[in-house]
Design a binder for this molecule. Structure first.
Ligand SMILES: NC(=O)c1ccc[n+]([C@@H]2O[C@H](COP(=O)([O-])OP(=O)(O)OC[C@H]3O[C@@H](n4cnc5c(N)ncnc54)[C@H](O)[C@@H]3O)[C@@H](O)[C@H]2O)c1
Ligand SMILES: [Zn+2]
Length: 333
């Protein structure tokens, strides 16, 4: 056991264990289910399978998060004879986790799901917290449901095959976790970000778990409002973590402009992102376009532009109604 996550309908464990994937039945009573489906990609099944259950293959990456794939997955689950007492196992990155979680949330009004995350992003972010979604009408995560897993089992050995760019994407979220809630972790990342991935998983997952267990969920958006805008302007060609790394530089500069943080915070953030192989320079979009995209995000959520700024490494706060001029200045840095 590593951490317990509590939610209105119960609680579940997040387990971090080398080789844990092959010992899944030790962590959860699989025999109690009428049948089990493992939603994954063919490549991931070939790499990490077999696991107890019928494999159900979905496309790789973001291609999986569509209504068409949700529908075809429901069909396969029916044809395999899954019912109310069945289990879905999600084996893969955040895209598999989101689609499988959404399928589990909706199939027969909701059945159990276990998350087996195989990317760093999924291990320290996507698999924890119960958010599931597909993309719809051009809106990322436009349709979804809250559906907490029964167990999150993280096997750090899965990361040995993960491409460096995907690792770096997760590392951006790890750096964010350290900034919003764990200054000692930030010190560790400053020394050598990739030397001990198990510690990176444990400490970041702990920050996320603490937030889900009653912290301020909005704090997880540090660097994300700027980052999402940049990601959208790139036509989603940019890797999410890279956009977040750039977004954190903007958020850090805004923190300094508002008199909340020292310049040294900006420097430390920048050098840790660089040493993790993450970009820190805002791409060549007009800053006004980035601000417009940030506000578009706001309109979609029907509330005022709320930004997370840092007070120091390990402590953040929320600010509202920042004048456009300051946002532009933070972007231009
Ligand atoms: N639900 C949430 O709270 C939440 C949080 C963060 C992100 N997300 C979602 O997660 C998705 C991104 O997830 P991601 O970054 O894990 O990307 P991903 O799931 O698309 O995986 C990235 C690539 O890595 C491959 N891969 C996965 N595991 C591997 C391994 N161990 N070795 C080699 N290759 C492997 C995948 O097949 C894919 O090609 C987005 O859709 C995002 O919206 C959800
Ligand atoms: Zn993110």
């Amino acid at each position: 056991l590593f951490m317990e996550i509590r939610h209105p309908k119960g609680s579940y464990n997040v387990v971090v264990e080398r080789g844990g994937l092959s010992r899944l039945p030790e962590y959860w009573p699989l025999d109690d289910y009428s049948s089990i489906a493992v939603i994954t990609t063919e490549a991931l099944w070939n790499r990490f399978g077999p696991l107890p259950g019928h494999p159900v293959f979905i496309p790789d990456g973001e291609q999986a998060k569509t209504l068409e794939i949700a529908e075809s997955t429901w069909e396969v689950l029916y044809s395999l004879g899954l019912d109310h007492h069945s289990l879905i196992i999600a084996l893969g990155g955040g895209s598999v986790g989101d689609l499988a979680g959404f399928t589990a949330a909706t199939f027969m009004r909701g059945i159990d799901v276990i998350q087996l995350p195989t990317t760093l992003v999924a291990m320290l972010d996507a698999a924890i917290g119960g958010k599931t979604a597909i993309n719809f009408a051009g809106v990322k995560n436009g349709i979804g449901a809250m559906h907490h897993p029964r167990l999150v089992l993280i096997d750090p050995t899965c990361l040995t095959s993960l491409p460096q760019q995907q690792l770096a994407s997760g590392m951006a979220e790890a750096i964010k976790s350290a900034i919003i809630g764990d200054p000692v972790f930030f010190d560790l990342l400053e020394q050598a970000p990739y030397s001990d991935l198990e510690t990176v998983i444990r400490r970041s997952a702990a920050v996320k778990a603490n937030v889900v267990n009653g912290g301020v969920r909005h704090h997880l958006n540090y660097g994300h409002t700027f980052g999402h805008a940049i990601e959208a302007l790139s036509g989603y060609t940019m890797v999410h973590g890279e956009a977040v790394a750039i977004g954190m530089q903007c958020a850090g500069r805004l923190s300094v402009l508002l008199g909340k943080a020292n310049e040294s915070l900006v420097q430390r953030q920048k050098s840790v992102c660089k040493s993790a192989g993450l970009p820190t320079l805002v791409p060549d979009y007009p800053p006004e376009d980035i601000v417009a995209a940030m506000k578009h995000d706001k309109k979609r959520f029907g509330h005022r532009l709320r930004l997370v700024v840092a007070e120091e490494i390990g402590r953040v706060t929320i600010v509202e109604d920042i004048p456009d001029g300051l946002l532009v200045e933070a972007i231009e840095g």
